[in-house]
Design a protein. Structure first.
Length: 265
């Protein structure tokens, strides 16, 4: 692996790391030599992933057991991590999406909770991490959102709103911190084989009175690649954005969706 694609001596904080895309990102970063702090609220899942990560030269991987919906607690935990470990160079913002449903039916409290879990939590953590990133002249912020930023997804009303808010948060950070060697980008997964997608398909099938297999076939028919994505495919894009090789990629919105956004009317 070339130096520009390696992450030896760097530390990453990865949200939602107990499963799915978050787990895959943690594995990809560790494979490039990064020390990884696994964050989330599933203690058993995080412990399992911790045991699967490859060893690295720079320190040891750790678990941060924390509910991202508690934005104030996340900021305090990030402050404590920096005080103990020194600069944390990479922040991967990845948190479980809001429950499916139509936006018009969602109580205002659902939107407020989702904003705290996604935007406020990410913002507080970045405020804790940014001084260390500036001090060393290297920082990477990558938010894992959704292609709903480009085209809202029917039946994911609250998620559509929150993902759009995250989009402008990322791009604003990119403009403010780029001169310090800190980049901020957004990766937008399309239909990716995860537990959340399984739950979404099950909900659609129940509402339509059809089968999950039929829902999946319909989804795949809209993807030029002719299949669902895999978490590892999202993770490789995130990992690249964290490397020195991606230093001039800043404020980007990158769909990883098999081409669906390219052909969607």
């Amino acid at each position: 692996m070339s130096v520009s694609h390696a992450l030896h001596g760097r530390t990453a904080l990865v949200g939602g790391a107990s499963q799915g895309i978050g787990r895959a990102i943690a594995m990809a970063l560790a494979a490039r030599g990064a020390r990884v702090i696994l964050s989330g609220r599933n203690d058993e899942g995080l412990a399992k992933v911790l045991g699967e990560l490859p060893a690295v030269e720079h320190g040891s991987h750790e678990v941060l057991l924390q509910d991202h919906a508690d934005a104030a607690a996340m900021e305090r935990a990030a402050d404590a991590l920096v005080a103990r470990l020194g600069p944390i160079h990479m922040l991967v913002v990845n948190s479980g999406g809001p429950a499916p449903g139509f936006l018009v039916d969602a109580p205002a409290g659902d939107i407020e909770r989702a904003l705290r879990q996604h935007v406020s939590s990410a913002h507080g953590v970045l405020q804790a991490l940014a001084p260390g990133m500036r001090a060393v002249g290297f920082g990477r912020v990558v938010a894992v959102t959704s292609t709903s930023v480009i085209a809202p997804i029917r039946g994911l009303g609250v998620s559509n709103v929150i993902r759009a808010a995250m989009s402008n948060w990322v791009r604003t950070i990119a403009g403010e911190l780029g001169r310090f060697g800190i980049t901020a980008n957004m990766v937008m997964p399309g239909s990716t084989k995860t537990g959340r997608l399984d739950a979404i398909f099950q909900g659609r099938a129940a509402r339509a009175g059809t089968t999950v297999a039929d829902v999946e076939r319909e989804a795949i028919a809209r993807i030029p690649a002719g299949r669902l994505g895999q978490p590892e495919e999202i993770a490789e894009v995130v990992a690249f954005l964290c490397t020195p090789a991606a230093a001039f990629v800043n404020g980007a919105m990158i769909p990883v969706d098999g081409g669906q956004m390219a052909v969607q009317a």
